[in-house]
Design a binder for this molecule. Sequence first.
Ligand code: IMO
Ligand code: MG
Length: 424
Amino acid sequence: MPSTSVIGMVWGDEAKARVVDIFAEKTDIVVRYQGGSNAGHTVIVGDEKFVFHLVPSGVLRPGKLCVIGNGVVVDPELLIEEVEGLEARGIEVYKQLVISDRAHMVMPYHKVLDAATENSLGSGKVGTTLRGIGPCYRDKAGRSGIRAAQLVDPDSLRVLLARNLEHVNKLLTRIYDREPLEFEPMYEKLCKLGRKMKPLLKDTVQLLNDALKNGKRVLFEGAQGCMLDIDFGTYPYLTSSNTTAGGICTGSGVPPKMVGEITGVLKAYATRVGEGPFPTEVFGPAGDEIREKGAEYGATTGRPRRCGWLDGVVARYAATVNGVDNLAITKLDVLSGQKAVKVCVAYEHDGTRYDTVPGDYRALEACKPVYEELPGWCEDISAARRLSELPRAAQDYLDYLERLVGARIGLVSVGSERDQVIHV
Ligand code: IMO
Ligand code: MG
């Protein structure tokens, strides 16, 4: 039985976890397949707020198996902190979670290198989450990474850590003008974390393929979004993994033909955190208003998110690259009270109109958005549970988005509570 997937269509923070939480109810296994603790996935259940960085959001559904696939870069310290924090809140993470023995580990030095690299870039910095993501994927591609199976084996860890630290310390002292890092305390700490992680490790490639063969329902939880994809995003202002649908296969070991329906998550407006082009960004009080109403502050770093109008060019591009079957439109309620709602339908530069996202971020930076304006609505829509209960203007906005993106809407969220959702 093919799987289903939930993927971000823009610059992350589309409220993917909200959608995963809903879908997880009718799923057996929830899988993270890329990214790391740069993700901040928020789910509200009653009075409780959960923010996940590494553990799949599906863990909130008792009995569901959660998998951290080989494509995820795992910070063992943050992982154990997150697992123990959830256990303390009564969630049986140790029973529900397994981690691929092939997953790469974010080492303490990766975080130091992340900060050093960002610092050395000055005004050209990416604005990373400083979680060591880029340096860890760099080591993975450079074949000097440390995988989970090696972290939990003290002898392997000793050899690899000593080798890597020697190189890292040369970089830190000779290039970045920083203090070298000490081997022994780092090794001791990692061994301790390794002992806690060991029972969670599994051959998740076999596990997932067996599960699919046996008719289990598998849900893939994307992190970040299409425009942060290392290949398809606004390079170099993006993250270091394939956030788009292709990443599902390489990050989990599930073959392409077993990847079924793809739900693309599209927020009713746009946000971006960190540096890089954002054609539909709205500055000043109008942008601030969206930020406050939508509580658009980073779940991982607390940074205020840049806010703006929905970018239809980006949404169409994401639908193409990911093969989006259904759209989940999130945070529609945040737009209530806008006199008019704008949507970017094309870009314009030097008198030429562009209908696609340019490959060069500098070209995108130079583009001005071409907007179409739709009537807004002032009603509070958070109690709507059917499309027909929405004001006409909100229904028209959704119809317009379907036509613009070329995909059907399957779900609309109108609030952060579990039941504040319209199933179409
Ligand atoms: P979720 O899964 C929004 C951004 C960072 C920065 C760039 C690179 O919650 O949607 P990194 O630390 O990955 O090297 O930073 O990517 N970024 C995100 N933005 N949501 C995320 O995750 C993000 N993860 C990384 O702000 O611009
Ligand atoms: Mg987030």
